[in-house]
Design a protein around this ligand. Structure first.
Ligand SMILES: [Zn+2]
Ligand SMILES: [Zn+2]
Length: 200
């Protein structure tokens, strides 16, 4: 698994969570937090007293052995409910690292890079409840989802046939007025956050 390609120094002010690239632009605190979780960057942490400490990667990033343990525990799959992604997984700190969350397997969870951005940028919280993780979007619980489907397309066709569904190349044709599908509108109805624009 390829993890953490980024090699930049990001000073973070621990009291406000704000970060700024050296001689560069400020980063959104959520972006800094996401980088702190899994990116191979060097972080300089300014504490409340203004003392600057260098915090290397060894305490912040999951070790290869931890990643192997996490991957096995989390079924080699993103743990966001219903997400089938098995690649580009990030080790996310449930209690944020910059707030004192430790890089221990118990405080880490595997999520894909898309959901990692969703969790940080939209203020999701994760709680361990009876050995499994609950995801909470601000105010509401993300409902548990069944295991994502896997396997061959033939078994899906067989399922559809047994269910009496006649799915063919016309099934996906829209039955509305021909407007483009407004995905943000659909996400809004499902109480999900809007899509995140691709990084520049
Ligand atoms: Zn994270
Ligand atoms: Zn995911």
């Amino acid at each position: 698994m390829e993890r953490g390609h980024t090699e930049v120094i990001v000073p973070v002010d621990a009291s406000t969570g704000t970060a700024r690239l050296d001689n560069g632009p400020a980063l959104a605190p959520t972006t800094a937090q996401r980088l702190a979780c899994d990116a191979k960057i060097q972080l300089l942490l300014d504490d409340r007293a203004g003392n600057r400490m260098y915090l290397g990667r060894s305490h912040r990033l999951a070790s290869d052995a931890q990643v192997r343990a996490l991957t096995a525990r989390d079924g080699e799959r993103c743990q966001f409910p219903g997400c089938p992604h098995t690649r580009y997984l990030n080790a996310h700190h449930i209690i944020p690292w910059e707030l004192g969350g430790t890089t221990d397997v118990d405080n880490l969870i595997m999520i894909c890079s898309f959901h990692h951005t969703v969790v940080h940028d939209h203020g999701y919280r994760i709680h361990r409840v009876k050995g499994r993780c609950e995801f909470q979007r601000p105010g509401t619980l993300v409902p548990e989802a069944a295991e994502p489907l896997s396997g061959k397309a033939e078994s899906l066709v067989e399922m559809h046939t047994r269910a009496g569904l006649h799915i063919n190349h016309k099934t996906i044709s829209s039955k509305w007025q021909g407007d483009n599908l407004d995905i943000d509108y659909v996400l809004g109805l499902l109480l999900l956050p809007k899509r995140i624009p691709a990084a520049a």
